[in-house]
Design a protein around this ligand. Structure first.
Ligand code: NAD
Ligand code: UDP
Length: 323
């Protein structure tokens, strides 16, 4: 059935791929974004579709809309982006969730919230299952994001219990692919940019910390499966690729696949509160939605390198001050 779908944060990396899929499916799509960490080029190709509409709006302010489904993705996601103005990050998570939940409550829309593996902090349980309650430093530099996302999950479940709002909560693990912002400071974008420029690949710490990288098309499949999933299934549910790599291994993959001559070196210590390990347990997504990722790291990195080769990086700016 065709639906009216609101994608908050729809011009971002994940949001723009989600909009692509929804528009191609014939749905009536409203993309809402303040372009804090994204640029119009991500969705420019959608502007002449009559089932796509763009609204420039900041989710920390209320908005009145009538839709059937809401994807709440609006939030800076890269550590450099969310630490740029940490108070704004917390406001975006919490006020943004309240405003999107307000729409869902008023018009009876289903709302999917993009939470994060960061709710697990620097995990002492490995791999992370949804029942793990996390190890988050509430006063560190990552707390604006981690605690903001945790509070947003609380709001989702309280609106569900108190107001019967139809919620779906997913915890997304590191996802990469075309349309990542080349200067977002995330590890995949940094390494590819450095490899293509022949610069040293910057390991933070000795590179033995791990992450599990999911390709964007798999992640979008997971978001759509969750939104269309069983009525009584709220989550929280992990979405990610369980293939775990050290950051040094990632650097080696990027150098090999891009054919770069870049050296791989430790350029600084590990950032404060940087999680040492991260790997999703996706048993719940498999059993409930039949979802699991398909794209291997080497294949996804190749696609992402192709994207970075195709763009003019001088057209990308760092995030705007937004106090
Ligand atoms: P992104 O920065 O590319 O996208 C976020 C979008 O939200 C951007 O277009 C940005 O301009 C917009 N935005 C930020 N603040 C806003 C505000 N106040 N009002 C309106 N729009 C605002 O990041 P992404 O990787 O696409 O992440 C999308 C969502 O998924 C985020 O909520 C993020 O926390 C979550 N997530 C992503 C990952 C990942 O690895 N990519 C992992 C875990 C969770
Ligand atoms: N990292 C790195 N070099 C970089 C950027 C990041 O070694 O140039 C490391 C970072 O310290 C972390 C991991 O790569 O251990 C993933 O960082 P990212 O910022 O992509 O995301 P996170 O999972 O920490 O939110």
């Amino acid at each position: 059935m065709l639906k009216r779908v609101l994608v908050a944060g729809g011009a971002g990396f994940l949001g723009s791929h989600l909009c692509d899929r929804l528009v191609a499916g014939g749905h009536d799509v409203i993309c809402l974004d303040n372009f804090f960490t994204s640029q119009k080029s991500n969705i420019a190709h959608l502007l002449d579709h009559n089932n796509f509409e763009l609204i420039r709006h900041d989710v920390t302010e209320p908005i009145t809309l009538e839709v059937d489904e809401i994807f709440n993705l609006a939030c800076p996601a890269a550590p450099g982006h969310y630490q740029y103005n940490p108070i704004k990050t917390t406001k975006t998570s919490i006020l943004g969730a309240i405003h999107m939940l307000g729409i869902a409550k008023r018009v009876g829309a289903r709302i999917l919230h993009a939470s994060t593996s960061e709710v697990y902090g620097d995990p002492t349980e490995h791999p992370q299952t949804e029942s793990y309650r996390g190890n988050v430093n509430p006063i560190g530099p990552r707390a604006c994001y981690d605690e903001g996302k945790r509070a947003a999950e609380t709001l989702m479940f309280d609106y569900h219990r108190q107001n019967k709002v139809d919620i779906k909560v997913v915890r997304i693990f590191n996802t990469y692919g075309p349309r990542m912002h080349p200067y977002d400071g995330r590890v995949v974008s940094n390494f590819i940019r450095q490899a293509l420029a022949g610069e040293t690949i910057s390991l933070y710490g000795d590179g033995s910390q791990t992450r599990s990288f999911c390709y964007v098309s798999d992640l979008v499949d997971g978001l759509l499966a969750m939104m269309g999933g069983p009525d009584d299934f709220t989550g929280p549910m992990n979405l990610g690729n369980p293939d775990e790599f050290t950051i040094r291994e990632l650097a080696e993959h990027v150098v090999r696949i891009s054919g770069s001559a870049s050296a791989i070196e430790q350029t600084r210590g590990l950032p404060e509160d940087d999680p040492l390990q991260r790997q999703p347990d996706i048993s719940l997504a498999k059993s409930t939605l039949g979802w699991s990722p398909k794209v291997a790291l080497a294949e996804g990195i190749e696609q992402t390198i192709d994207f970075f080769r195709s763009i003019d990086m001088s057209q990308y700016r760092a995030p705007t001050p937004n106090y």
